[in-house]
Design a protein around this ligand. Sequence first.
Ligand code: ADP
Length: 327
Amino acid sequence: MATKVTKIGVLTSGGDSPGMNAAIRAVVRTGIYHGMEVFGVMRGYSGMIDDDIVKMESRSVANIIQRGGTILKCARSKQFLTPEGRQIAYENLKKRGINGLVIIGGDGSFRGAQKFSNEFDIPCIGLPGTIDKDIAGSDFTIGFDTAVNTAVDAIDKIRDTADAHDRLFIVEVMGRDAGYIALHSGIATGAENILIPETKTDIEELIDSLGEKEKRKKLVNLVVVAEGDDFGGGNEVAKIIKERMPTTDTRLCILGHIQRGGSPTCLDRLIASRMGYHAVESLIEGRHNVMVGILNNRMNYIPLDFAVKAKQRISKEWMKIVKILAS
Ligand code: ADP
C-alpha cells in the first residue's frame, strides 16, 4: 500500500507562466485543509539541491492569486540532470519528511519529475504550467490564456499603426515548438497569414498571397510568426519579404517576454486553482507520476511520460479557416 502523504513540497520549474502563483496558492491551502505540512521549494529543482526549502502557511500565499510570475521563482538546474544531483535533492526532502511533490512546469520539468520518482520513493504530480500549450492530455495549460490575450492586445495595437501607414507587419510571438499562441492570436486579430512550427512554411505561397492582397489594396497586412516556425522566426521571414517585396513598407515586431508576464486572466486563475486542488487530492488518493490535466471539462490524469512525449496536434481545419477569413 502507498505511504500516506503527510508532507508535501511544491515547486515551479523551467519557464515561468502567469497563473503559477494561483496554482501554488491552491496546493498550499488544499494541503493545509487536509492537515498536511506544505513546503515551498525555491527555484525549481535547484532549490531541492541547494536545500532552499521554506515552510508555507495559509498566509504565505495571501494576495498572490492576481500576480504573474511565481513567488517560488523558476529556474533550470543542470545538476538535477545528474544522478548525484538528484540524490542530494532526495536527501534534502527526506530529512524534512517530505513524501509527496507537486511540480508546476513544462515537459522538461516532467521529464525530471519522472526520473526522480522512478529513482526514489516520492510520488510526483505534475501540473502543466507553460504559455506554449505544448503538452498533451489537457485542453488547458496554466498561462496560455494570459499569454495569448497579451499577444492579441499587442497585435490589435500594431494593426492600428499598420493601418495608419499602410504597412505590412510581421509579428513574432512565442512558441519554439508549438504554434498555439500564433494560431490563436493570429485568428483573433484577423492576421492574413500564420506561420507555425507544426506546418511546413511555403515561402513562395506567402509572397504570392501578400502580393495579391497588395494588388487588391487590402488595408492591413499582418503576418503572425511563431518563433519556432520551420522557415525561421520573425527576423528570417521579414528578411525574405523585404528582399522579395522591396516596394512594400514592411516592419517587424517581436513581442518577446511581455507574453510571459502580467496578471493572469480569469481562465488561468480558475484552471490553476482547480488543478492545484486536484494535485493534492491525487496525492491523497495514492496517485503518482501523473500530470493533472483538464479534458472536456473533466479532470484527466495521464502518466508523466505521456505528457512528456506527446504534443498537441493542430487541426488542418484551422489553417483553412485562416485562409478563408483573411481573403
Ligand atoms: P520546462 O519545464 O519549462 O520545459 P526545462 O526543459 O528547462 O523547462 O526543464 C526544467 C528542468 O527540468 C531542467 O532545468 C532540469 O533540471 C529538469 N530536467 C529536464 N529534463 C530532464 C531529464 N531528462 N532528467 C532530469 N531532469 C530533467
